[in-house]
Design a protein around this ligand. Structure first.
Ligand SMILES: CC/C=C\CCC/C=C/C(=O)SCCNC(=O)CCNC(=O)[C@H](O)C(C)(C)COP(=O)(O)OP(=O)(O)OC[C@H]1O[C@@H](n2cnc3c(N)ncnc32)[C@H](O)[C@@H]1OP(=O)(O)O
Length: 303
C-alpha cells in the first residue's frame, strides 16, 4: 500500500507548499437573494463567492475554501444552492467556475468526510456529491471551468461537468481522476463523464492508473479544451463565454440536454443503490485503512 501511495504521490505532483448566511432555516433547497448594486450582483457565503454581471449575463462563481478548496458537505451545499439560484435568475445566462485559492482549483472531495464517520454521514455526504453532479451535468445554462490550479478527482469531475474547460498553462499543475491512487474507485457516473469527454480507451487508461495529467497532456487527450497563461484564465473564460452566448439559449440548451440527459438519467434511475454502494464500500476496514494512509502521506510529505 505504501508503494502505491508513493507512486500516487508522484502523480499528484507534490508542491510546497454554513450554510449560506442570511436567515435560511431549511437547508439545501433554500434560495437567497443577491445583494444588488448597479449591474453587478454579488453574494459571498463562507465558501462560495458569486459575482453576477447582469449586463453581460455572466456569473463568476469562485471557490474559497482554504487551503485547497476540498469539497466538504458544507461546501457542496453552498455550491449547489448558488447554482440553483443562478439557474433561476433570468439575468444570468452563463456561469464561470474558478478558484479564489492560489494554485488550486479544487483538491476534490474532502477525504475527512469519508473517513472515520458514521454510515448515516457517508450517505448524506454522498447524496450531496450526487446533487452537485446532477445539477452541473444537467445545468441549463452555459458553464466554463477556468482551471487555475491543481484539479484532482472530484475537482476534475466538476471541471468535466462544464461545457468548456480552460486551464492555466503551468507545467506544475495536474488534473485527472486519481481515485485508484487512493485505493478507491470512481463511481460509474464519474466514469461516464470521463468517457463522454475523452473517449473509452483513454478513460480506460486514465481511470485504472488514476492518471494525473499535466496541462499539455490534458489538452492532448481532450480533457481540457484550451491552455492559456495563468494570468489570462479568467479573462479568456469571459471572452469565450461571450462567444458562446451569441448562440440562442434555447437551441444550445436543447442540444446540451440531448447529449447529456441519458447520462444524467442513469444516475437518477439508481441514486439509492449508488448511495448504498458508496456507504458499504467506504465503510470497509480496508478502504478506511487506505484513506487513513493517504491522509498520513499528505501530511508527512510536508515534513
Ligand atoms: C463506490 C465509490 C467510492 C468512492 C468514490 C469516491 C470518489 C472520490 C473523489 C475524490 O475527490 S477523493 C479526493 C482526491 N483528492 C486528492 O487526492 C488530492 C489530495 N491533495 C493533494 O494532492 C494536495 O493537497 C494538493 C491538492 C496537490 C495541494 O498540495 P499543497 O502542497 O498545496 O497542499 P497540502 O497537500 O499541504 O494540503 C493542505 C492541507 O489540505 C489537506 N488536504 C488536501 N487535499 C485534501 C482533500 N481532498 N480532502 C481533505 N483534506 C485535504 C492536506 O492534508 C493538508 O492538511 P494539513 O494542513 O492538516 O496537513
Amino acid at each position: 500500500m505504501a508503494a502505491v501511495l508513493r507512486r500516487g504521490a508522484s502523480f499528484i505532483c507534490l508542491g510546497s507548499s454554513q450554510l449560506l448566511s442570511g436567515g435560511c432555516k431549511h437547508g439545501r433547497t433554500c434560495i437567497l437573494p443577491f445583494f444588488s448594486s448597479n449591474n453587478r450582483n454579488s453574494s459571498s457565503s463562507s465558501k462560495i463567492k458569486v459575482d453576477l454581471d447582469s449586463s453581460t449575463g455572466i456569473a463568476v462563481v469562485k471557490f474559497q475554501n482554504p487551503p485547497v478548496n476540498s469539497m466538504s458537505l458544507d461546501f457542496l451545499t453552498e455550491f449547489v444552492i448558488s447554482l440553483e439560484k443562478l439557474e433561476l435568475d433570468k439575468s444570468c445566462r452563463g456561469v464561470i467556475l474558478t478558484s479564489a485559492q492560489p494554485k488550486i482549483f479544487s483538491a476534490g472531495l474532502d477525504i475527512l468526510e469519508m473517513y472515520g464517520k458514521s454510515p448515516e454521514h457517508y450517505a448524506e455526504f454522498w447524496k450531496s456529491v450526487q446533487d452537485i453532479w446532477l445539477k452541473m451535468y444537467g445545468y441549463r445554462k452555459m458553464t466554463i471551468a477556468a482551471i487555475n490550479g491543481f484539479s484532482p478527482a472530484g475537482g476534475c469531475l466538476v471541471a468535466l461537468s462544464c461545457d468548456y474547460r480552460i486551464m492555466a498553462d503551468n507545467p506544475r499543475y495536474r488534473i485527472g481522476l486519481n481515485e485508484t491512487q487512493l485505493g478507491i474507485v470512481a463511481p460509474f457516473w464519474f466514469k461516464d463523464t470521463m468517457v463522454n469527454t475523452v473517449g473509452h480507451r483513454t478513460a480506460e487508461l486514465s481511470l485504472q492508473f488514476g492518471l494525473m495529467y499535466s496541462p499539455s497532456d490534458a489538452l492532448k487527450i481532450g480533457l481540457v479544451d484550451q491552455l492559456v497563461p495563468e494570468e489570462n484564465v479568467l479573462g479568456t473564460a469571459t471572452e469565450t463565454m461571450t462567444k458562446w452566448l451569441a448562440i440562442p439559449d434555447h437551441a444550445r440548451e436543447i442540444s446540451k440536454s440531448m447529449l447529456r440527459k441519458p447520462t444524467v438519467d442513469r444516475l437518477l434511475a439508481s441514486r439509492d443503490a449508488d448511495t448504498k454502494n458508496f456507504v458499504n464500500f467506504v465503510s470497509r476496514d480496508s478502504i478506511q485503512k487506505s484513506l487513513g494512509l493517504y491522509l498520513t502521506m499528505l501530511k508527512e510529505r510536508k515534513e
